[in-house]
Design a binder for this molecule. Structure first.
Ligand code: 5GP
Ligand code: MG
Ligand code: MG
Length: 183
């Protein structure tokens, strides 16, 4: 049987699976020590954050619980507008909880700004953000991100949960796509 190998579509590998896993273990150590006395609720944003959530939670030594939100951002094409609709809300009441939002990537940060103000209005005890990848534009907005895996250049990347047209989420590294994939 012929198998079309995902990695054949990758032009440039920014991070190997090993580099991602190593950084994740460092972040997990930080989270373990910061939440030593609490039982954090990890909130993942579907679908991109599934890989980070799965790996981060299993790298933790502390107890935690997990919940998920699905959101869709209005606006044209690839640029996010910051106007967000909740497609699936949390199952958990977060009031009084120590909440850690787990994100795949922050680009403009508009989606995240909305999410953070929405979650804050529910009066958690604390609210922090972790993202595996962050693009330069994110630094210009006011959302404070406590845990960052890697700061990356302003390029469209896939893998480790991030898709192009629904695919490539299961590529275990992070990379850019060959131009012919888009055409
Ligand atoms: P923001 O509101 O921060 O501009 O948008 C964040 C969302 O845009 C991410 O959750 C992700 O879905 C998408 N996104 C931003 N940059 C990239 C990228 O380089 N690759 C992929 N696949 N998605 C991206
Ligand atoms: Mg996301
Ligand atoms: Mg996407």
């Amino acid at each position: 049987m012929d198998i079309s190998d995902i990695s054949g579509d990758i032009e440039h590998v920014l991070y190997t699976p090993e580099q991602i896993q190593e950084r994740l273990r460092e972040l997990a150590e930080q989270v373990d020590s910061d939440y030593a006395d609490s039982d954090p609720l990890l909130v993942g944003v579907l679908t991109g954050a599934v890989m980070v959530m799965a790996d981060l939670s299993r790298a933790l030594r502390t107890h935690c619980t997990m919940d998920w939100m699905a959101i869709s951002s209005y606006g044209s094409g690839t640029q996010s507008s910051g106007v967000v609709r909740i497609l699936k809300d949390l199952n958990t009441d977060i009031s009084g909880r120590d909440v850690l939002v787990v994100e795949d990537i922050i680009d403009t940060g508009l989606t995240l700004s909305y999410l953070v103000s929405n979650l804050r209005s529910r009066e958690p005890n604390s609210l922090e953000i972790m993202t595996m990848f962050r693009k330069p534009e994110a630094l210009q907005n006011s959302v404070d991100v406590k845990y960052v895996g890697f700061d990356i250049p302003n390029e469209f990347v896939v893998g480790y949960g991030l898709d192009y047209d629904g695919r490539y989420r299961n590529y275990t590294g992070l990379g850019t796509l060959k131009p012919e994939v888009y055409s």
